[in-house]
Write a protein that binds this ligand. Structure first.
Ligand code: G3I
Length: 354
């Protein structure tokens, strides 16, 4: 009898232990279902304030999945500085408030760009000094407004053409040395912000890559504050890994922080109207995501500013609207905001590296 009650006690004990272990493993696997828990650097997406307001699924992913946010459009010149004497911070502020409420880092995008420039700037007439005043006022008003709320800024975006020459733009045409001046002005307005030069498509374009590296050396030599390189990473399933790796290696060699700042992986880059997103291409895309994350995880922790996806679900991607390419599926969440197999594949691939 005594032996029987001992046996029962022992089994109760083991059952409790098993329940505890099961509970623990459930908690662990629930946590592990978030990519952000696997990586040791900030993980984010660019967002759109209208979607944050109107769409619960979108808002939940923004809240649960990411640790960093970027405004996809609402801090760009055209939207934030609609008239010469008027700034409109409303939408940018909404994103910053959402980030603060949900405990996320904010990354600023972008102070100076040739694109999405308001009409009044395009029509502006003035000498070099007047142009400098315009740009300085723009940069410093925006950077001061968000001072203390932004971890970093894309100060200058996309200044070089594929052949490495300086892209003609309002800024290049009217302000000699506008890149260096922009970094200086941004630093004066927000000395704690990490300042980035951001660009795309360096893979397979050695002259463009070299122009960026030369810019970094030049700014450093002159003591101009530049702290990071944004590699946009608008890539596709066929982007060559050796070329992507080379871009990453050369960027890391500058010693600056590296931000994979606008990641998406196109599966239908040629905009085939009959394209079908079937298993084979989806798994090639998953492999490409795994490659990007694994390579990034290999760089020194001090240089990992983070990885940012360019918006949240396939449905929200700029690639569909901008290129009129309805059959494009470049992100980790599908049109119904469900995790795609690429998400789970990433978790599994990265687990082994931790
Ligand atoms: O909001 C207007 C709407 O009122 C109007 O009816 C509609 C008609 O075209 O346009 C809407 O504006 C669009 C805006 O996105 C908001 O959706 C613009 O036309 C469209 O050109 C704009 O595209 C943005 C693009 O930058 C502009 O070049 C994309 O959303 C945005 O994802 C994209 O982001 C850039 C990064 O900033 C820099 N790197 C490249 C990246 C992709 O192009």
């Amino acid at each position: 009898m005594k032996q029987f009650s001992y046996f029962v006690k022992l089994n109760l004990h083991s059952m409790k232990l098993i329940t505890l272990l099961l509970g623990l493993s459930y908690c662990l696997s629930a946590q592990d279902t978030y990519l952000k828990n696997i990586v040791k650097f900030p993980l984010g997406a660019s967002v759109n304030p209208r979607m944050l307001n109107e769409n619960e699924a979108y808002r939940n992913i923004a809240k649960e999945e990411w640790t960093s946010l970027t405004a996809e459009n609402h801090m760009k010149m055209m939207l934030i500085h609609p008239a010469a004497d008027r700034f409109d911070f409303t939408k940018g502020d909404e994103i910053v408030a959402f980030a603060a409420k949900t405990g996320k880092r904010m990354h600023g995008h972008t102070l100076v760009w040739h694109n999405q420039v308001p009409q009044w700037m395009k029509d502006f007439q003035g000498d070099q000094q007047a142009w400098e005043e315009l740009l300085k006022n723009h940069i410093q008003t925006v950077a001061s407004h968000y001072k203390g709320k932004m971890a970093g800024w894309d100060v200058v975006n996309e200044s070089f053409l594929d052949d490495g020459s300086l892209r003609p733009s309002l800024w290049a045409d009217h302000i000699p040395d506008y890149i260096a001046k922009s970094f200086q002005w941004a630093h004066e307005a927000d000395p704690d912000a990490i300042l980035f030069y951001n660009d795309y498509g360096q893979d397979g374009k050695p002259k463009k890559m070299q122009a960026i590296l030369d810019l970094v050396s030049d700014l450093k030599r002159r003591g101009i504050p530049i702290h990071g390189l944004g590699l946009q990473m608008h890539i596709n399933v066929d982007s060559k890994r050796n070329e992507l790796q080379e871009v990453l290696d050369k960027s890391v060699a500058t010693g600056l922080k590296i931000h994979l700042s606008e990641l998406d992986i196109a599966v239908n880059p040629k905009n085939n109207p009959d394209f079908v997103y079937e298993e084979k291409v989806a798994s090639a895309q998953a492999e490409q995501f795994n490659f990007v994350f694994k390579s990034y995880m290999m760089i020194p922790a001090a240089q990992q500013y983070g990885i940012t996806f360019w918006n949240i679900s396939d449905k929200d991607s700029w690639l569909r609207g901008y290129f009129k390419r309805p059959k494009e599926y470049p992100l980790l969440f599908d049109d119904n905001y469900a995790k795609k197999p690429a998400y789970t594949s990433l978790i599994n691939a990265l687990h082994s590296l931790n």
